[in-house]
Design a protein around this ligand. Structure first.
Ligand code: AMP
Length: 470
């Protein structure tokens, strides 16, 4: 099945209709007006009318595209038009991370304000007992991460037999994070007559087909341009760096001299994030840290500080920053280069939202050069090369480049490295060989051993590729 085949051509719609022209419940139109929202985003423009007709839907849309309202508005419209008091859960929204769940809860709360509808949150890191009590209150809408929800289902607490709408948000992330089986176990206990809406940053994820074929019925498909296609609003630069110390100097310089409202700095390890935070604070910068080892309360607190502007910069790891929607992030710095094109896209997607301009800068050491050019090829986009005169280091990129942009020529073998290797090889004596020490050789072996060894090529291990995690 070609999930892109049903895509809609936005360009054909020259005039953007107003949100108020959508056939939504008057209560919701009033709320949108109160929130000062007038024009639908492209995903809302396409998804809302189809979802209102009860269609199953697959949409490629990222955080920042307005996707939450795209699935919330038609779903709330259904709940408001057909009240069903005291029933079990009517809408289940499954998401990969706690942060995203919190964000959706907040947006949902804004939309249901003034109605009798209730929304509940079920994620890890929160009290299990409290959550059990929450189910007893029968909120119409549940926003949940799969792991914790499954634990509740195993105890028989939730009731999804009357579920009317199932929403899978950031489905590709859920698969990446290994939630595929959990999602299928949960959906196996949901009413099969429901409407299912699936949102994913990309529809080309390998695992999606299975989920889509199992869970959706004749879905309409909406594809929108992704961050990968959307270079226009994000300036992407690289700055070569000699080593970690140089990177730290570059980072501090950028945070002190760039013009920005809020910045996100990405590291590949929690350890690095923890180390950078205090170092930058010592230089008078207002910096916080966000990573997966922090408790939910600590994470929420940190997000709050950034939103209020108490801190201006957040040093984060990929997992912690997944799905974050923070308004006004206009600078993303990769202290460590992202490990893949996909991760890079997720990182820089935190900026340049809703048509705003953003700047993404990656600090590239010589070990990261080839990784960086690989990401350029993935994006089909060449990053701007930048030097900061005040603290330019020695490294300017590889002296010679292959046509692919990768560094040409590896390290030359020196006498000492060759001797070192020979020594190591000697050290790697096989257990099998050791066992034979002292044993008398069979005459048959003695005959065949010599000629075989003479022509035998030793098996050598392939040199492992350099990685970005230094
Ligand atoms: P999302 O993609 O759902 O994470 O939404 C990103 C942000 O866009 C949220 O802060 C929403 O409040 C905001 N938003 C959603 N719809 C609209 C709209 N039609 N116009 C302006 N902002 C919107």
């Amino acid at each position: 099945m070609d999930y892109n085949s049903g895509s809609f051509d936005l360009i054909a719609h020259k005039v953007t209709p107003l949100l108020s022209s959508l056939p939504l419940h008057p209560r919701l139109l009033q709320t949108l007006d109160d929130l000062g929202l007038n024009e639908p985003t492209p995903i809302q423009q396409q998804a809302i009318p189809l979802a209102l007709e009860g269609q199953d839907l697959i949409a490629s849309a990222e955080t920042g595209s307005g996707k939450t309202f795209a699935f919330m508005l038609p779903t709330l419209d259904r709940l408001l038009n057909t009240p069903a008091p005291d029933s079990g859960t009517r809408v289940l929204i499954l998401v990969p991370t706690r942060e995203l769940a919190h964000q959706i809860l907040k947006q949902g709360e804004k939309l249901i304000k003034g109605t009798r509808l209730q929304i509940g949150l079920i994620t890890g890191g929160e009290s299990f007992k409290y959550q059990r009590a929450l189910f007893r209150k029968n909120p119409e809408i549940i926003v949940a991460t799969p792991g914790r929800l499954l634990e509740h289902l195993e105890q028989g607490t939730p009731d999804f037999q009357g579920l009317e709408v199932l929403i899978l948000d950031e489905a590709d992330r859920m698969l990446d994070m290994g939630f595929s089986d959990d999602v299928l176990s949960i959906t196996g206990q949901c009413n099969s007559e429901r409407q299912t809406l699936l949102f994913s940053a990309t529809l080309s994820h390998r695992g999606l087909k299975g989920i889509i074929d199992t869970l959706l019925r004749d879905p309409a498909v909406i594809t929108l341009s992704t961050v990968r296609d959307r270079h226009g609003s994000i300036t992407q630069q690289i700055i070569p760096a000699d080593d970690k110390i140089h990177k730290k100097n570059l980072l501090a310089w950028l945070l002190q001299n760039e013009t920005y409202d809020k910045a996100l700095v990405f590291t590949n390890t929690k350890l690095q994030a923890d180390a950078l935070g205090p170092e930058l604070r010592k230089q008078g910068l207002r910096v916080g840290v966000l990573h997966g080892d922090m408790t939910q309360d600590e994470r929420n607190q940190m997000m709050g500080l950034l939103r209020q502007g108490t801190i201006k910069t957040l040093v984060a790891t990929d997992v912690a920053a997944r799905g974050l929607d923070i308004k006004g992030v206009d600078l993303v710095i990769n202290f460590d280069m992202a490990r893949s094109g996909k991760d890079y896209v997720h990182r820089i997607g935190r900026t340049g939202r809703a048509g705003e301009q953003g700047l993404a800068i990656s600090l590239i050491s010589h070990q990261e050069w080839n990784l960086m050019t690989g990401i350029e090829r993935y994006l089909k986009h060449e990053f701007e090369r930048r030097l900061i005169k005040e603290i330019a280091g020695e490294y300017r990129g590889p002296k010679k480049l292959k046509r692919s942009g990768k560094a040409a020529g590896g390290k030359k073998k020196t006498a000492s490295t060759t001797a070192e290797k020979a020594k190591n090889k000697k050290a790697k004596q096989r257990l099998r060989d050791k066992k034979n020490i002292g044993k008398r050789r069979q005459p048959k072996d003695a005959e065949t051993a010599a000629p075989r060894e003479a022509g035998h090529k030793p098996l050598t291990r392939k040199a492992s590729k350099p990685t970005a995690s230094d």
